[in-house]
Design a binder for this molecule. Structure first.
Ligand code: CO
Length: 136
């Protein structure tokens, strides 16, 4: 069963510029993390903490970044994925697959940006939205 919305991820061409939008008066001083390079994931991340969820800013890192193509199509950035919490990533995956969903990559959970196992569900099954499931 799907749990809470953990975060909404926004791909951006310039993460410091994007983070400063959230640090500034425009968003009234939201709690914004430092930029953290995540070479294993091909992205640099900044998390913006809100009362009920988070915004994850993503900037491509290296030449094989999984968000490079997305930014080619959306040069000024855009919503890249939404992340829902699940209690058991394997049970959630098996249930999704049984209902016909497609898991991206090799179908195995990977350590996500928060050090928790994640999988991604193909957007074609979810109204064009890439879905991340994170075990919490
Ligand atoms: Co994410």
């Amino acid at each position: 069963m799907l749990g809470r919305l953990n975060h909404v991820a926004i791909a951006v061409p310039d993460i410091e510029a994007a983070a400063s939008v959230y640090r500034g008066t425009f968003v009234m001083g939201a709690k914004v993390s430092k930029a953290v390079p995540q070479p294993d994931h091909g992205v640099t991340t900044v998390f913006v903490e809100l009362a009920n969820t988070k915004i994850e800013l993503l900037e491509p890192l290296g030449d094989k970044s999984p968000i490079a193509n997305f930014l080619k199509k959306n040069p000024s950035g855009g919503i890249h994925h939404v992340c829902y919490e699940v209690e058991d990533i394997y049970a959630a995956r098996d249930q999704m697959v049984a209902q016909g969903a497609t898991i991206t990559g090799d179908g195995q959970p990977k350590m996500g940006a928060h050090g928790k196992p994640v999988i991604f569900l193909h957007p074609k099954d979810f109204n064009g939205t890439l879905i991340e499931l994170e075990q919490v």
